[in-house]
Design a protein. Structure first.
Length: 565
């Protein structure tokens, strides 16, 4: 073999290896959802900025308006989520509802399509969201361009031949919220998931679609996925725009401490709300006690949860909907006839801690105390079997006139097993699940919102407090949380795919098998263990069943039933 032929074959081999490595890198990011450090080869050496082009949306919008081969093309941003889901964010200029959002498709670069499902409207940026599944034929393409949202797919437009890649969920600024004094930015993939938070001095917030010439401000705190930074100078911000009402992106610049002093700007789909649009806090009309939760497909549980906790003193419910596709909207509408329920679309996967931080700030003007529990958790006190009143739950709180240092009330949890149920009990979880583990597990909290540390640091259901505040821990006689955790198998197996907390292990990954977040006896797949229906049954405890029957049991023409049936 000649030297020329050997050189040619070697060049081909190296090219194939490099292509495979590059493809494998992006494949991993698409399916894992973990953070990543951008490759050095992707940085712009002329200005040492990893410019992920936050202005690409406006560019795509302008190019989309010129396309004639697909008449009903809608400008949108898209994010590749875990499990090959694609989340599309449509600009506020296009209005949709659950009815008008039907009949749309994600149209991909190879002319393949996937049905796009309307999934709600983001409440803080007023953008409509759709979801679709990435077709198998597209998953092996590199790069994977952003799809087009349309109701009349045809041929991929030539002008979209260089359409930008989709954002990757593992490294993204995804939401922002303004207060009177600062801007709170939610960013995935920067701080360590095990709780190692980088110094605020390593970051700056960047305002503007042009990340190079954008307005930058200092970051005040860095904790989990929450970054707080100063508002930009409004005069400097207006200089970037010819008009006065353009939407302004906000992202996070990472100052990398390397020899070349390179800087990284996190790609962003978050928009800035100026501080002068933020209402001043109002003490009048505040609810003393609210409840905040995050859930996916919780329609069948929600009514029982709301009706029960309204009875014991919760005045307002805030539900962060984590991408549900069940009958949740209808159930919320029914509850609104008698209860104060606010449903917020929160499609971001595995962001429960960030969502609870968001809730603490979003609700600070309408709620004094916030209870953070899930919809399969019910607060209960044995004393309520003898006496009941609307102030039952509020009796856990310190006297408002006593100037108490208590900023958080901690309530222990009892975990209930399947109790021989084979499907969701039609009369509700409080009626169907009556057998639990003996030892209490973990705890949930009721938090004074004004006592929460500015970092907003929380570990799923309890927050770090400001200095001077203390935690009050209830005894089991005072109050507990009945956590109906291990339900009938068809209900429980859903947790293999949908786990809202960022800090609990993904059960499908063969890592950390001894984690307390795992369920004893389960493997790494959603396969029902032998004898599941009788597991976790050490103590028969039907006290809440008896109590709810007394409070909510009804005689009807069709027979005895519960108020939420």
């Amino acid at each position: 073999m000649s030297r020329k032929i050997r050189t040619t074959l070697l060049s081909v081999f190296i090219s194939v290896v490099l292509f495979a490595t590059f493809s494998l890198f992006f494949h991993h990011e698409a399916v894992s959802g973990t953070g990543f450090r951008p490759p050095a080869t992707l940085r712009n050496p002329s200005n040492n900025v990893y410019n992920l082009n936050l202005a690409i949306t406006e560019e795509l919008h302008s190019r989309s308006r010129q396309v004639s081969s697909i008449p009903d093309l809608l400008p949108s941003e898209s994010i590749l989520l875990p499990d090959w889901e694609v989340l599309l964010l449509v600009s506020p200029e296009n209005h949709f509802s659950s009815d008008s959002g039907n009949g749309y498709y994600c149209f991909f670069q190879n002319n393949d399509t996937s049905p796009a499902k309307f999934t709600g409207i983001l409440p803080f940026s007023n953008r409509t969201t759709f979801k679709c599944v990435l077709p198998n034929s597209v998953r092996r393409l590199r790069p994977i361009s952003r799809p087009i949202l349309t109701n009349s797919p045809g041929n991929w437009p030539e002008k979209e031949s260089e359409a930008p890649e989709m954002f990757r969920w593992g490294f993204l600024a995804y939401e922002s919220l303004s207060t009177e004094n600062d801007v709170i930015l939610f960013v995935k993939g920067v701080n360590n998931r095990q709780g190692v938070n980088r110094s605020p001095a390593e970051f700056q917030c960047v305002f503007g679609n042009d990340v190079i010439n954008g307005v930058k401000t200092d970051v005040l705190s860095s904790s989990q996925e929450v970054f707080r930074c100063l508002h930009p100078n409004q005069t400097a911000l207006r200089r970037l725009f010819s008009g006065g009402d353009e939407r302004i992106k906000v992202s996070l610049e990472i100052r990398e401490q390397y020899k070349q002093r390179e800087m990284v700007v996190v790609p962003s789909v978050a928009y800035y709300t100026p501080k002068y649009n933020v209402a001043s806090p109002q003490e009048e009309g505040k609810s003393l006690l609210c409840a905040c939760t995050m859930g996916y497909n919780v329609a069948k549980f929600l009514k029982e949860w709301v009706v029960y906790h309204s009875k014991i003193g919760v005045e307002k419910f805030i539900l962060y909907d984590n991408g549900s596709d069940d009958d949740l909207e209808r159930v919320v509408e029914e509850l609104l006839e008698e209860h104060d329920v606010e449903k917020l679309s929160w499609p971001w996967p595995k962001t429960q801690e960030a969502g609870f931080s968001h809730c603490a700030m979003h609700a600070r003007d309408s709620c004094t105390w916030m209870m953070y529990i899930d919809v399969d958790e019910f607060v209960f006190s044995p004393s309520w079997l003898l006496n009941s009143s609307i102030h039952m739950l509020k009796s856990f709180l310190p006297n408002t006139s006593s100037h108490s240092p208590v900023g958080q009330v901690s309530v222990r949890c009892f975990e209930y097993g399947p109790s021989n149920q084979r499907s969701h009990p039609v009369q509700g979880v409080t009626q169907g699940y009556t057998c639990r583990r003996r030892v209490e597990q973990r705890h949930k909290s009721i938090v004074l919102l004004d006592a929460i540390n500015p970092s907003l640091l929380n570990v799923i259901h309890h927050f770090k407090m400001k200095e001077g505040y203390v935690v009050k821990r209830l005894s089991k006689e005072e109050g507990v949380v009945n956590h109906y955790k291990y339900q009938a198998w068809p209900e429980f197996r859903v947790k293999f795919r949908r786990r809202v907390s960022a800090y609990v292990v993904d059960w499908r990954k063969e890592v950390n098998p001894r984690s307390k977040d795992r369920t004893p006896g389960l493997g790494f797949a959603a396969i029902e263990p032998k004898g599941w229906a009788s597991k976790f049954c050490e103590v028969n405890d039907n006290r809440l069943k008896v109590l709810t029957q007394r409070w909510f049991g009804l005689d009807s023409p069709t027979g005895y039933k519960m108020a939420w049936e």
